[in-house]
Design a protein around this ligand. Structure first.
Ligand SMILES: Nc1ncnc2c1ncn2[C@@H]1O[C@H](COP(=O)(O)OP(=O)(O)OP(=O)(O)O)[C@@H](O)[C@H]1O
Ligand SMILES: [Mg+2]
Length: 228
């Protein structure tokens, strides 16, 4: 069973072709989107999540699925951590009485229950990233899009965020994430989608991708990233 299908997907802005001819089916589990800067990874996530409208082709979800997205730089409301988490819940129609409990649970799961009354924008980058994950997790999405969730984090915080992503996935949530950290892709993902120049080069199970990618583009990318 697939959860998401892209057919002939393309996006053009003015004279710039950002994505072209993307045909892709995603099933359950954990998918990493890899590729060099400017390949189109963030744009593809936004198209999948419905934040952008494609110029050509279609994005179809066989079942209506609840989705959430966490951006590379978390977008926090100028309000407390609690208000940030409760806001998303209120938009989804969660009754006031249940919001506080769900927010507390989500904060506990990311290990930050003591930050509940702090101003979200005054937290460190790593703390905000974890609050953003808690805010998404509280929505109990069936699909979670993550755009470079650990890009600005130190190694300890990155591992903590990886652990949280693993727990979210273990609860049955489909994960689609971008990362420039190949070790992280290897640890988290079951399959890799490799993009370059706005085109889908391959979709490969993770072990095979790192051992023997099917395109020379991906092979060169892996060699470059590993510095060999
Ligand atoms: N609204 C836009 N108008 C014009 N060009 C855009 C627009 N949005 C993105 N682009 C261009 O599309 C290309 C893909 O951008 P995107 O942010 O998706 O890349 P990425 O793979 O996420 O890169 P990175 O690894 O640096 O995050 C880039 O060349 C970018 O400059
Ligand atoms: Mg990006």
């Amino acid at each position: 069973m697939h959860w998401l299908e892209l057919q002939g997907l393309g996006l053009t802005e003015g004279a710039t072709r950002i994505l072209a001819d993307i045909d892709l089916k995603l099933g359950a589990g954990r998918t990493a989107l890899l590729g060099p800067n400017g390949a189109g990874k963030s744009t593809l996530l936004r198209l999948m999540h419905g934040l952008l409208r494609p110029s050509t082709g279609t994005v179809s979800w066989p079942n209506p699925l609840s989705q959430a997205m966490v951006f590379q730089r978390p977008v926090m409301l100028r309000a407390t951590v609690l208000a940030n988490i409760e806001y998303g819940l209120s938009l989804r129609g969660v009754p006031a009485g249940a919001r506080r409990r769900k927010a507390d649970e989500a904060l506990a799961r990311v290990g930050l229950p003591e930050l509940v009354h702090r101003q979200a924008r005054k937290l460190s980058g790593g703390e905000q990233q974890r609050v953003a994950l808690a805010r998404a997790w509280a929505l109990e999405p069936e699909v979670l899009f993550l755009d470079e969730p650990t890009a600005s984090l130190d190694p300890a915080s990155s591992r903590e965020v990886e652990r949280i992503i693993g727990e979210i996935a273990a609860g049955g949530t489909k994960i689609v994430m971008t990362t420039h950290n190949l070790g992280q892709a290897h640890r988290i993902a079951e399959e890799v989608i490799y993009l370059e120049g706005g085109r889908l080069m391959e979709q490969t199970p993770v072990e095979e991708f790192f051992r023997q990618p099917s395109t020379s583009a991906a092979r060169l990318f892996i060699q470059d990233e590993l510095g060999s």
